[in-house]
Ligand binder design. Sequence first.
Ligand SMILES: Cc1cc2nc3c(=O)[nH]c(=O)nc-3n(C[C@H](O)[C@H](O)[C@H](O)COP(=O)(O)OP(=O)(O)OC[C@H]3O[C@@H](n4cnc5c(N)ncnc54)[C@H](O)[C@@H]3O)c2cc1C
Length: 389
Amino acid sequence: MAGDGLFPLTDEHESIRQAARNFAQKEIAPVAAEFDETGEFPSKTIKKMGELGFMGIEVPEEYGGAGMDTLAYVLALEEICKVDAAHGTIMSVNNSLFCNGIMKFGTEAQKQKYVVPVASGAAIGAYSLTEPMSGSDAGTMRSRAVRQGDEYMINGRKSWVTSAPVAKYVVLFTMTDPEKKHRGISAFLIDADKPGFVRGKKEPKLGIRASATSEILFEDYHCPLENRLGEEGEGFKIAMAVLDAGRIGIAAQALGIAEASYDASLSYAREREAFGTKIGEFQGISFQIADMKTRIEASRLLVYNAALAKERAKKTGERFTMEAAMAKLFASETAMFAAHTAVQIHGGIGYSKELPVERYFRDAKITEIYEGTSEIQRLVISRMELGLR
Ligand SMILES: Cc1cc2nc3c(=O)[nH]c(=O)nc-3n(C[C@H](O)[C@H](O)[C@H](O)COP(=O)(O)OP(=O)(O)OC[C@H]3O[C@@H](n4cnc5c(N)ncnc54)[C@H](O)[C@@H]3O)c2cc1C
């Protein structure tokens, strides 16, 4: 057993953590601020991450992945996000939202065609559920797939699709039977280079700026029947199951951001002086350090516990919705708290682009919003506890 903190790790887990840490510090740290500033997609570093197996960590080796477990995925993602959350966003969508869903619900042919290139990092995958008028309430989506013989004709506008400006393939959720609301949603595998797939406006974002996000327009896109993922009407079930896994990734991302904020704060509190003493000696600062540390270690336990629950579910088929929602809720609020506190501890320099602390602050916010807002996590947890539908 190895590892630090409250959670013992096996040597194998420790080694993936070290590999991700070394890569992030050597390759991502020198370019993170520049990509944040320009908002450009970091193709070179993402390609290298693919070569190291980080773009399909849990995908079996025969499908192009690294063949490791969920805890390995979480540990690697945490380390990448500790240095740059934008690289982490791209990595998490590839792993949990794209590959994981197809591995769970796809046919053999779909796995061969879509998972192999994305898990190996040769292509980028995206996941498209949200629309301009439909976010938390997916049952109100307006895009349509109409069955015409052995294909579907797809039309509509999807919004906020992470990696859409660069993705080769997209898992799309759209309505096949609007009267059934969320039970009328179906999932499809989309090739971005086919006619009728139009990349829309790129979103200018507060944080995770190097992760490209845009709309996608479907204009008479012809989708063959064999590209439907699961049965007609199963799309919502697939989307939610995939999000359960995705939320563990976002929780790991939040943990990474919180740790980076904490490490910066600790060093600064030890060296910065005011009124003739180190600022860490003021109780107002030292108690903030204590609160950050405690919340981070509590987040770590929830995140790693959710990863272990997902791993067990591979054998038992049980859901891990609750574990994932609690981990995402607590870790994302911890990231926001830690990043906010880190800026405050740094005073004026915390507000400057000369240090990465202001980037952690901007990046932390997204973890409370995407893959289900904090309100939606509270809804999921409370409904399960109260036995409500
Ligand atoms: C940078 C970024 C990347 C994204 N990437 C993707 C992606 O790759 N794929 C994708 O499909 N989507 C993506 N999204 C969309 C994201 O998942 C949604 O923005 C999110 O789910 C919230 O939906 P919404 O924006 O429509 O807000 P709304 O659903 O309109 O919510 C607005 C507010 O109302 C609250 N609210 C809504 N319903 C309830 C309720 N029942 N109880 C209490 N409060 C409620 C929400 O919590 C929120 O505070 C991304 C978003 C961003 C910002």
